[in-house]
Design a protein around this ligand. Structure first.
Ligand code: FES
Length: 653
């Protein structure tokens, strides 16, 4: 009998195969991305395909109605017990017996593409480091004595072509009961690939384990810790959560935490303990809410700035507090999660930490680079990750530069008189009428009194507790546009501005956004001190960006990307009115959401991305703001609103 022509879609790969060849075998020979956990035993259903049925012509092939064999008993048993969608077949059981076009649905592809909902700088292609493998292990034989682990390794090599794997004591302890309970069939979670000498068996289950495999992408910030629980098969974010970094009680910003260590011997140990405890609590809470077994969480990727990096790893950070800001290592780290006391996940789970760019520019900036890929951009793109410390990248295909800038916590609502975190009750956006000077605002979690545009008049407001970072930025920018504040940042008087909302306080004035003090509620104001705090923060941010532009030899960028949880909420127009970012066409200022968290997710879901970002980081040129005199010059000039010297022509368009 002649061979049959087989075409796989969507890949378009085609080849001729002898009649009787299993579809899974044909797929593997052609390099078609078709999943399998059970190795073709008809029990995992990961190999599902949708063959074209009936006599028709597709892709130039006349498909015969009986191009695949009838259901065999294994496939029929699976369908009867677990069910299969109409038109689906198990690729490992169905055999080819005529020309056929076979579609591999997305859920059957190992390397499926996860399209990002936020910014599509780089979609995620699934290729996780840890995957499940079902193996049938040879039973022990007195005449050929070998350990169960050695026979497991032989089975992995024979049935999957991987290994030999290493295994920790926990896995060895679980091996014998699993083998006997599973009648010598076990599922092994194997971590392999980049950065480790040999694959590692992370866990083992009797029989076919089909309970899901998860990883955590963790953005460890100085102020907050954010974690995304990701499905390692689909790439979907199952749940996200965040907590305040408990180290905050040792100092609001990085340098105050380093100072705490300098002044308090053993302070680093304390901070290491609390951040690990916080991370474990966060992970446990997310897993509990989602009903996820800690054992199923087999990997974590952590991104953070260098001080957080050292404190999380239990390394004294004092060298990072003084020039030349030496890191213990700038390289990526591959560890067992238990080495850093991450006990809320699988005891043998792996931990990957992205490389740091330099002593002030950490793995979080590397994660932003992984997410936004400036090194692939034709345009000159400025990526600003706004937080207590701003990480700034500037580059394109030819060159990428990076620096960090100490913006302080004002952008997060801290050190602001009525400031608070972005939580229910916080004013997050504000508009001030340029004629009446009356504010209308939007409050997180309170939309009962707001108009259709989401903004409500101050006179109708209720449930307000304070103003968060994006709110204070908009407030200062709106005050500037309404003529309540001059270019130097000075608040005018009520008589000058013609509004009772400007009220004297001490030797300066405040702008009263909301006053419920009559009824025991809060009085929310913008003070002169608030404006100064915002001016200092935005000057640091702008000066960092400007320094990179000097280094690049440009006075304009093509695009600006605002990253960070806070960056997602900044209005580009208001940021530009304040002069937080260099002048650019407003259409070219976009938000990337939590790009550091997304970068962590990419590294979690795609092993090749880890190698890629390590190369990229090696090519990024670091500019040190702390010792660069021009930084101070830019900082001083950037104090004005929007700037003392640099033009902002796009603002007047
Ligand atoms: Fe597992 Fe086909 S490969 S059912």
């Amino acid at each position: 009998m002649s061979d049959a022509l087989v075409i796989f879609t969507p890949s378009g790969k085609r080849g001729r195969f002898a009649h009787g060849t299993p579809v899974l075998t044909a797929a593997r020979q052609l390099g078609v991305d078709l999943d399998s956990v059970c190795g073709g035993r008809g029990i995992c259903s990961k190999c599902q395909v949708s063959p074209g049925v009936g006599a028709f012509t597709k892709h130039g092939v006349t498909v015969s109605p009986d191009a695949l064999t009838e259901w065999n008993s294994v496939e029929q048993r699976y369908k009867d017990k677990r069910g299969l969608l109409d038109g689906r077949r198990l690729g490992c059981q169905a055999r080819i017996q005529g020309d056929v076009v076979i579609d591999v649905p997305a859920e059957s592809q190992v390397h499926r593409q996860v399209v990002r909902k936020d910014v599509t700088a780089r979609d995620i292609v699934m290729d996780p480091a840890t995957r499940l493998f079902f193996v049938q292990v040879a039973e022990p034989d007195m005449h050929e004595p070998s350990g169960d682990f050695e026979r497991l390794n032989a089975a992995l090599a024979d049935q999957w072509g991987i290994g030999p794997v290493d295994a920790g004591l926990d896995v060895l302890r679980a091996l014998q009961p699993a083998l006997r309970k599973g009648k010598w069939g076990v599922t092994v979670a194997v971590h392999q690939g980049h950065g480790i000498a040999r694959p590692v068996a992370v866990d083992i289950w009797p029989g076919l384990y089909d309970g899901g495999l998860f990883g955590l992408a963790i953005d460890l910030g100085s102020t907050t810790i954010a974690a995304h629980l990701c499905d390692l098969r689909t790439g979907a974010v199952r749940a996200s959560g965040g907590i305040m970094n408990p180290q905050i009680r040792f100092g609001e910003d990085l340098m105050s935490r380093v100072s705490y260590v300098m002044m308090n011997p053993g302070g680093d140990i304390e901070m290491t303990r609390v951040v690990r405890e916080g991370m474990n609590t966060l992970i446990a809470d997310i897993a509990r809410a989602e009903g996820i077994d800690p054992r199923a969480m087999v990997e974590a990727v952590v991104v953070c700035n260098p001080v957080m990096h050292h404190l999380f790893l239990g390394i004294d950070p004092v060298e990072l507090g003084q020039a030349p800001f030496a890191l213990v290592t700038s390289g990526a780290m591959n560890l067992r999660a238990s080495e850093v006391d991450l006990v809320a996940i699988n005891a043998q789970a792996r931990l990957y930490m992205l490389p740091c760019i330099a002593g002030h520019v950490g793995a979080d900036a590397a994660a932003v680079a992984l997410s936004e890929a400036p090194e692939l951009s034709d345009d000159l793109v400025l990526v600003v990750d706004v937080g207590t410390n701003a990480e700034i990248l500037l580059g394109n295909k030819t060159r990428v530069l990076a620096c960090s800038s100490p913006t302080g916590p004002a952008f997060e609502g801290a050190q602001i008189s009525s400031g608070q975190r972005a939580a229910p009750g916080a004013i997050e956006a504000i508009r001030i009428d340029p004629v009446t000077k009356e504010p209308r605002f939007r409050v997180i979690g309170c939309d009962l009194w707001s108009d259709e545009d989401g903004f409500g008049a101050a006179t109708k407001a209720s449930g307000i507790t304070g103003i968060c970072g994006s709110g204070i930025i908009e407030a200062v920018a709106e005050m500037r546009m309404a003529g309540l504040v001059d270019a130097s940042g000075l608040i005018g008087s009520a008589s000058q501005a013609g509004t009772e909302r400007l009220q004297p306080e001490g030797r300066t004035h405040v702008y009263v956004i909301h006053d419920a003090s009559d009824t025991g509620g809060p009085r929310i104001t913008v003070t002169q001190g608030d404006i100064r705090a915002i001016q200092l923060a935005k000057s640091a941010l702008y000066a960092g960006a400007r320094l990179l532009m000097d280094e690049m030899g440009v006075d304009k960028v093509d695009r600006v990307v605002l990253a960070g949880a806070f960056g997602a909420h900044i209005s580009p127009k208001h940021a530009m009115v304040l002069g937080m970012i260099p002048d650019a066409h407003l259409d070219q200022v976009t938000s990337a959401g939590n790009a550091a968290g997304t970068g962590a997710r990419i590294a979690l879901c795609n092993i090749a991305a880890r190698a890629g970002i390590e190369v990229t980081v090696g090519n990024i040129h670091k500019v040190e703001t702390a010792i660069e005199p021009r930084f101070q010059e830019h900082f001083v000039a950037a104090n004005a609103l929007p700037h003392a010297v640099d033009p902002f022509p796009e603002l007047s368009r």
